[in-house]
Write a protein that binds this ligand. Structure first.
Ligand code: NDP
Length: 294
């Protein structure tokens, strides 16, 4: 496993390799719901900066989040340290083609205070033909505004279609919902992506702190594994998403205690007994499941 050096005294972070060979941290930071309340902005900026200091140098955002407000928060957090960060943003499906894509990307770059986005994702499948989205992404790449592109919320069938299109194999990642209580992608999507050499970017890796799929972090099986390791349930949930490599998890945290806890999850290795206990409580899929989304 490749390890990326982190800044300061932070431990090295496991890395995931993208199809073009770029190494990115296996643990990054999400930003959904940031930028919505001005009185929270300073805390949000500080949380992202703390996460960067601790090695979570990938930040995921989107033009959708707080109508650009989250990108503005990210811009403030990375000011003066752009080169440390692997920046991911997402374009709305209705903007993912032609002149609209150019306008949306320019607006994101302005809010982020940078001249380039490291990875630009189609946020979810929409009505614009995939071939037009690929063409728009390629144009942005030629202009240097984005360094690579990917998709989000694509199920195995749609990803297969994308891969068959001219240029489709340049897709760097597929960002999908993935946590212990929502692991349908283990049946078909993850194997397909593994064969294509394309990492999964796991969103809601903490099941939104328990707001979706019940109280995931309070589940006794998770608590028991956490107890064995002297860890927290959140750390076990994150370590589980990273257990086999090829997955980048992007937990969102504003509470600095949460940020510290999450960063340490990268060093937690679950053993076979842990994985068996978690499989018993959250059985792997035995048939194709519809893709979960939020
Ligand atoms: P997460 O699963 O990351 O959960 C975030 C919640 O968990 C917050 O309430 C946070 O609280 C809490 N939390 C964080 N760390 C801990 C911890 N150690 N212990 C207990 N609670 C904790 O949900 P998200 O929906 O935010 O998903 C992560 C990211 O994925 C998003 O922020 C976004 O960037 C991306 N995303 C992408 C989607 C897509 O369609 N492509 C859809 C949804 C998300 P607090 O903030 O108070 O610390």
């Amino acid at each position: 496993m490749t390890l990326l050096a982190a800044s300061g005294r932070a431990p090295a972070m496991p890395a995931v390799t993208l199809p073009d060979g770029a190494a990115v941290p296996a643990l990054g930071q999400g930003t959904w719901f940031m930028g919505e309340r001005p009185e929270r902005a300073a805390d949000e900026v500080r949380a992202l900066q703390l996460g960067l200091d601790l090695g979570m140098r990938l930040i995921d955002t989107a033009e959708m989040y707080a109508d650009g407000g989250a990108e503005t928060i990210v811009g403030q957090a990375i000011a003066g340290r752009r080169d440390e960060v692997f920046l991911v943003s997402k374009v709305y499906p209705h903007n993912a083609g032609g002149a609209a894509a150019a306008r949306a990307c320019e607006a994101s770059l302005r809010r982020l205070g940078t001249d380039r986005i490291d990875l630009y994702l189609l946020h979810w499948p929409g009505r614009i033909p995939l071939q037009d989205t690929i063409a728009a992404m390629q144009r942005l790449q030629r202009e240097g505004k984005i360094l690579r592109w990917g998709v989000s919320n694509f199920d195995a069938q749609l990803l297969d279609r994308l891969l068959a299109l001219p240029g489709g194999r340049d897709c760097a990642v597929n960002q999908v919902l993935y946590h212990l209580a929502s692991r349908g992608i283990d049946y078909d999507l993850r194997p397909l992506m593994r064969r294509a050499g394309m990492p999964v970017m796991a969103y809601c890796p903490l099941a939104q702190g328990g707001r979706i799929k019940g109280a995931l972090l309070a589940h006794p099986a998770l608590q028991e594994v956490a107890r064995r390791h002297g860890a927290t349930a959140a750390q076990v949930a994150l370590a589980w998403t990273l257990r086999e490599g090829g997955v980048i998890a992007i937990p969102k945290a504003v509470d600095p205690g949460h940020v510290r806890e999450n960063a340490k999850a990268a060093a937690l290795r679950l053993d076979q007994a842990d994985l068996r206990a978690l499989d018993a409580a959250f059985p792997p899929p035995s048939s194709r499941q519809p893709l979960d989304v939020v």
